[in-house]
Design a protein around this ligand. Sequence first.
Ligand code: NAD
Length: 497
Amino acid sequence: MTEESTTVVILGGTGDLALRKLVPALFTLACKGHLPQGLRVVAFARRDYSDDRYREYMWNGAREIGGLAARRDEWEMFAGNMYYVSGDIDDPHSFDRLKHRLDGLDKGEDGTSNRLYYLSVAPRLFETAVKNIAAAGLANEDNGWRRAVIEKPFGHDLESAQKLNRAVQEVFDEHQVYRIDHYLGKETVQNLLVFRFANAIFEPIWNRNYIDNVQITVAESVSVGDRGGYYDQSGVVRDMVQNHLLQLLTLVAMEPPNVADSESLRNKKVEVMQAIRRPDRGELLRSAVRGQYEGYLGEDGVGEDSMTPTYAAMRLFVDNWRWRDVPFYLRTGKAMADKVSEIVIQFQKPPHSLFQRGPTVDMSSNVLGICLQPDEGVHMKFQVKVPGQGMEMETMDMAFHYDSGFQEESIPEAYERLLQDALAGDASLFIRKDHIEEAWKIVDPLLEAWSDERSTADAPLHAYRPGSWGPTAADDLLSRDGRTWQHVCGSHEANGA
Ligand code: NAD
């Protein structure tokens, strides 16, 4: 581990993300001894706080999170290295003050002083923040590295993402930029790479010759809550599909890289994005379903006649040798029956059936479930003979669970891993410029088609009941192909909606 002097500067240090995720993650890393010695945290935000007032604010707000409450002594030590600078992102002078403070904190130490700028402010402020960092001379790497972590969403369409990329690259080289999708920091998501590329038995069947279809579900049981204003401008495709679901798809579909360094991994992921089929408008509308939960229009901050979807399901194809014509079904929504994120790989049926099916056999193909949350683990469904005479079969489940497999270990928070990686200069789990732009190229045509009023007849906005599995039109999307949605992980009892 490096002993160089290092500071994490959280722009937006009093916000929800800093309070619930970033500071608890840094504190947990500090307790585990996973941070550079003497790492400082400097929060920058508008409130007129002193260092002590900020430390108290964090303690009061975050003590129930990340085990802070039980670790008051460790917290005191950690908080002693936490500082606060009051300022406005729009005001260049505030950044002069920030620089003055940072330089002052470094005073007395010779040698390097590394800085990680974490942009935890509203996305409309990203560009200004980066410009003002540069204008104050805070991006110079004269005495140590400078890196910028940029939160999501990165742009709201291709054009805005490209503009932001250009602005960022006027200040930072690509190797200094860490665009975040916290899904990639999840242990179970990283396990996808290990599962695929450290087990020789799966790779030979991981292709169109053996796999019938892939299903990716990220369901949230919560409604938009107090985020209605933001959500209504964004909608489910920008909020979930463009980033999390497409990330999961790339990890399932990517070719094995030769080595696990960040560029090799990210090259393979971008190749998947480039291979995703771009259908014409008619096919695009037929391959996607949008829904809005009943009661959404009454949520705070939501327009009274809003057409913003809170649910989306779609079928995509990856046109390459491995995946040609294998459908990838994606679905995600708010106010759904359960909070669950899972990837289901449905293998092809045996070519010839010899045996009688028992009452619980709901499918004769093998199904692999990669459970991202909750119930973190892997399930494999296969047929077994029911004891007794005859050859009746039942579907049984072979399962691995993180909680029983690693009883001593707790699953770290995604932000712990991501912050640690950014501090170590490992960008593998961060999104590269070209990836983010490719992702927008995939979803932009759908967003455009849905925003066109002519599409209402072809692609209606389906109402769905909160607590359901979304509109039945999403079931029809699969049943037209002779398939159904599969649940493999958790306590689900039924398939489909
Ligand atoms: P927030 O509104 O709770 O906090 C924003 C922070 O920025 C506050 O500290 C506020 O004081 C500061 N701020 C706002 N305007 C400022 C200005 N002009 N000058 C200086 N400081 C200013 O937002 P949040 O929920 O913490 O989100 C931060 C970022 O993280 C956003 O980009 C968001 O999209 C992203 N994000 C948040 C979450 C989450 O769970 N909260 C999840 C994913 C992504």
